[in-house]
Write a protein that binds this ligand. Structure first.
Ligand SMILES: [Zn+2]
Ligand SMILES: [Zn+2]
Length: 272
């Protein structure tokens, strides 16, 4: 199981030279399970490039995509209307979310409704199915489970398990006033990779960002240590933080949890 990042920013895209190394797209990652088979986590603006890759890679074959949405905040769904496989009759797209099937369909249809987009969701060529998320194996026998997070209007972390490989994605979450979110720590226990919300620096967080539903690299290192994961992967970067600022955050995090990486467009976890 190899997870690839297509977008690592939170809130809004961050184009420009100062954001180019980690990449400016909002949150999206994928696992290519096998020929024509994909698991995609979140549909931020990084999804557009992934869609083009899928169409180029799969030729004339059928495409099956399981899209796991953590929640419906814009930075996690903005790429959906420009996802090329959505417009192909060869695609079977199953959207899983921590909400009822109808609520999920209407959230995505609303994003493409007049006057926001020229083509309604109902007129797209892909076969589509909307499911309230339920834990279990998806394509390729990859086990997927979820954990509710502390985030305004709700969000979930997903955990993907395939044999000895495991990755937890917890991109939008805040820890309690003291200590770490023990439910999330238990959920992430022993994972090979923990992708963690690094939206705010500790100084920013203390200066008026409490209650916004996001974390710091510092909380990420405590969570990583508390859950005994192999690697901490900082992600969901603040668009106000340039690549140089992310470098500093990464260095500080490594001082507390040496096996820390920063997510970046094109980075693949589990490649080795
Ligand atoms: Zn977000
Ligand atoms: Zn959010």
């Amino acid at each position: 199981m190899e997870l690839e990042f297509w977008g690592v920013r939170g809130t809004a895209p961050a184009p420009g030279a100062a954001w180019a190394r980690y990449g400016g797209h909002t949150t999206c990652s994928s696992v290519r399970v096998g020929p024509g088979q994909y698991i995609v986590i979140d549909a931020g603006t990084g999804l557009r490039e992934l869609g083009d890759r899928i169409m180029a890679e799969e030729g004339d074959g059928d495409i099956r995509i399981d899209l796991l949405l953590t929640h419906f905040h814009l930075d996690h769904i903005m790429g959906f209307p420009v996802f090329a496989p959505l417009f192909s009759p060869r695609t079977m797209l199953v959207v899983h979310a921590p909400a009822g099937a109808r609520e999920t369909e209407s959230a995505l249809a609303g994003l493409m409704a007049y006057p926001y987009f020229p083509l309604g969701l109902g007129r797209t060529a892909a076969r589509k199915e909307f499911r309230e998320f339920a834990p279990g194996p998806l394509a390729g026998g990859i086990g997927v489970s979820a954990c509710r997070l502390r985030h305004p209007q709700g969000s979930v972390a997903y955990r993907l398990d395939a044999g000895a490989r495991s990755v937890v994605l917890a991109t939008d979450t805040e820890h309690p006033e003291t200590g770490i979110d023990e439910r999330l720590a238990a959920f992430a226990r022993g994972a090979e990779y923990l992708v963690s919300d690094a939206m705010f620096t500790p100084a920013e967080y203390e200066a008026g960002r409490k209650g916004w539903g996001h974390s710091t690299w510092l909380a990420g290192t405590s969570l990583a240590a508390g859950s005994g994961v192999g690697h901490l992967v900082l992600a969901h970067f603040n668009p106000a933080h340039t690549d140089d600022a992310v470098d500093i955050i990464l260095g500080e995090a490594r001082g507390r949890f040496p096996a820390t990486l920063a997510a970046a467009q094109g980075l693949k976890l589990g490649k080795e």
